[in-house]
Design a protein around this ligand. Structure first.
Ligand code: UD1
Length: 366
């Protein structure tokens, strides 16, 4: 029987993970196997979705569920309602989910309850913080997945501790780094935003609900960033959630007035990687950027008090600075004086993770 794999992508950080998987399927899967690409539509703005498909050379999705934004329950439920008939009609042998967004959990639940095998790419990451929606998505997805692909051995250890049998866990490396390796030369050839010079600016990204949904917390973080911006230009491509909140809390004008902090719309993948790779350091609350900066050797100051990616602190360039404005400012000043960075690349972050995943899926016998 020919195999059918349904590969799910929903939100911006998923697209870098599915691009190398689709390519590896094209190269390795038998000719009669089918890889369906399902876009849940969790992210739908061109800058959050289409631009990434174009930059990463991802083909048009076979199915777009067009669920859009909503509360967690609404969004998760809408993905489930829309995905179930697709599974019933297409009967994939595997549903492959990546990362930790609401679409990841929603599609694994639907598949598993229909008796379809689930593979989770980027399994086993744990921040230990159950107030984070992504942590709930990770724990629940891993608990029901049949094959769990990890980016590092700390993640595999987390799964073993939670009672997942070792034969279901495969330490394969990092598909996000596959994409980075593939596009790095192209990224380094993109022009930098006007007025900033290589190595003489820092990059800011901020979108976690914990940092941007509370006006006081967001305002405090902005104060710290303004202090940093008095010493080095900060380029700040803002996520739509952040942009909306800056306006809602009347903070946008203040930022636009401050000269050095350069607020701009979200960037495409290649341009953004080019920006990060040539920066002095990065201030972020993203998960994936902690990994990309580790690979690139760029110091990363993470504005969170925990991380599900501790390998990036242990051997990479990442440092947790929390959301306290004094700590953020002091860490950034230290980075400016060259007192952070260095680090090395975790094992198997070598551009070939997706190939290992496809090999494991094709070899799997339940
Ligand atoms: C989601 C993921 C998060 C990931 C982030 C990357 C969950 C629980 N969270 O958070 O893990 O780090 O994506 O971006 O799945 N919006 C737009 N246009 C879009 C998408 C969103 O304007 O294309 C706005 C809407 O106001 C929406 C808000 O952003 O309500 C939040 O979007 P949502 O998908 O709920 O979560 P993210 O914050 O993007």
């Amino acid at each position: 029987m020919p195999l059918t794999f349904a590969i799910v992508a929903g939100a911006r950080p998923n697209f870098m993970k599915v691009a190398p998987l689709l390519r590896a399927f094209d190269q390795k899967a038998p000719k009669d196997a089918a890889a369906l690409l399902i876009h849940t539509g969790q992210h739908y703005d061109a800058a959050m979705s289409e631009d990434f498909f174009r930059d990463l050379g991802i083909r048009q999705p076979d199915v777009n569920l067009r669920v859009g934004s909503g509360s967690h329950a609404e969004q998760t439920a809408r993905v489930m309602l829309a995905f179930e008939p697709v599974c019933i009609e297409r009967r994939p042998d595997w549903v492959i989910v990546v990362g930790d967004v609401n679409s990841t959990l929603a599609c694994s639940l639907v598949a598993k309850k229909l008796g379809i095998a689930v593979a989770h790419v980027e399994a086993g990451l744990r921040s230990g913080d159950r107030t984070m929606p992504e942590e709930i998505n990770r724990i629940c997805t891993d608990a029901i997945s049949d094959l769990l692909f990890t980016t590092d051995e700390l993640a595999s250890d987390n799964l073993l501790r939670e009672g997942i049998p070792a034969e279901r866990i495969r330490f394969v490396g990092n598909t996000m780094i596959d994409t980075l390796v593939r596009h790095l030369d192209q990224a380094l050839a993109t022009p930098l935003p006007e007025g900033v010079l290589q190595g003489e600016y820092a990059v800011v990204t901020l979108h976690r609900p914990a940092n941007v949904d509370d006006p006081e917390r967001l305002s405090n973080i902005l104060h710290a960033l303004e202090a940093v911006a008095s010493r080095i230009p900060l380029v700040f491509p803002a996520h739509p959630r952040t942009q909306k909140n800056l306006e809602r809390f009347d903070l946008a004008d203040r930022l636009i007035r401050s000269n050095a902090l350069r607020l701009m719309p979200p960037m495409g993948y290649v341009q953004f990687i080019g920006l990060v790779a040539r920066s002095r350091f990065v201030l972020t609350d993203s998960g994936g950027i902690q990994e990309e900066t580790t690979y690139l050797g760029v110091p990363c100051l993470t504005m969170r008090s925990n991380t599900e990616r501790p390998i990036t602190c242990r051997i990479g360039t990442n440092m947790l600075v929390g959301s306290d404005p004094d700590k953020i400012r002091n860490a950034a000043f230290a980075a400016l004086n060259g007192r952070s960075g260095g680090g090395s690349t975790p094992a198997k972050w070598d551009g070939h993770a997706a190939e290992r995943i496809v090999d494991a899926l094709l070899a799997w016998r339940p």
